[in-house]
Design a protein around this ligand. Structure first.
Ligand SMILES: C[S@@+](CC[C@H](N)C(=O)[O-])C[C@H]1O[C@@H](n2cnc3c(N)ncnc32)[C@H](O)[C@@H]1O
Length: 264
């Protein structure tokens, strides 16, 4: 159920700096990018087949995943509700891949439509769903921009991992309450979601889930003094080993699904 205080989607204008520092300025972000990247490449072989695909990164944030895809030769449209994030994405591309064919849009997902943008082979919707006032409705709108047979890469904040984290920290009252939302201004999202609920939305939307992975199934549970001593390459290696396997995948701070839109 949507907490009564949350009526609007979370614009990251005021969180951009903290997001860049706390998430992508640390091993957390590197692990997150590496797991999602490997999972995408393994599940969608077309990404490395040499033909450019049309890809939409909706809620692109700082644009790192779009950049990796553009480096493979794909055509990218990147959009975000936050003007600051869109600007940061522009700066990143200018620095790293100035020749890339990209379109940057300062627009919420709800304002994107196939009449203006055409249809896409792949849509990324990473870590946005949990910041929306109406996640299912917004996801449904977004998937209208996907071609039949096209792929959706959906990553979201895992409610069960958040409950578990509260349990092991002794925050039992919070874990047992329905309201897991973080403090205002923090990076714990409005609506952590369960695998079951998101998969039921995808099923209703005529999607087949091709593959599932947990993102940070180990790292987030390690004691800081231990994990800080491990090289990030080692952490990524071990995360990759367990990310797609039961029961570990369910422990991921995020869950990453790759799904395919069925031809109607
Ligand atoms: C946690 S960040 C994730 C960014 C990026 N996808 C990533 O994985 O690093 C969430 C992003 O969603 C954006 N956002 C929130 N609501 C949105 C909406 N309705 N339409 C487009 N972007 C939205 C925020 O501004 C923010 O940049």
């Amino acid at each position: 159920m949507i907490p009564p205080t949350i009526q609007t989607d979370r614009n990251f204008d005021d969180l951009a700096t903290r997001f860049a520092r706390n998430i992508y300025g640390s091993a957390k972000g590197e692990v997150r990018l590496a797991i999602v990247w490997e999972h995408l490449l393994q599940t969608i072989p077309e990404l490395c087949a040499g033909e450019p695909l049309r890809i939409l990164d909706a809620g692109c944030g700082l644009g790192q995943m779009g950049l990796k895809l553009a480096k493979l030769g794909h055509e990218l449209v990147l959009s975000d509700l936050s003007e600051k994030m869109v600007k940061e994405t522009g700066v990143l591309f200018k620095k790293e891949l100035p020749e890339a064919k990209i379109e940057l849009l300062h627009k919420p997902v709800q304002e994107l439509n196939s009449k203006e943008l055409g249809e896409f082979d792949l849509i990324l919707f990473h870590a946005v769903l949990e910041w929306l006032a109406r996640p299912e409705e917004t996801l449904k709108h977004l998937t209208h921009l996907l071609k039949p047979g096209g792929h959706l890469s959906l990553m979201f904040y895992n409610r069960d991992a958040l409950i578990f984290r509260n349990l092991i920290r002794g925050n039992w009252h919070k874990a047992e309450s329905d309201n897991l939302q973080g403090d205002e201004g923090g990076l714990t999202p409005y609506h952590p979601l369960t695998l079951e609920e998101v998969e039921s939305w995808l099923q209703r939307g005529q999607f087949e889930v091709l593959s599932r992975a947990g993102v940070r199934v180990i790292y987030d549970y390690m004691e800081r003094r231990i994990r800080d001593k491990r090289p990030v390459e080692e952490i990524i290696r071990i995360e990759l080993k367990y990310a797609r396997h039961e029961p570990y995948l369910h422990m991921g701070r995020y869950l990453h699904l790759v799904a395919q839109k069925q031809a109607s």
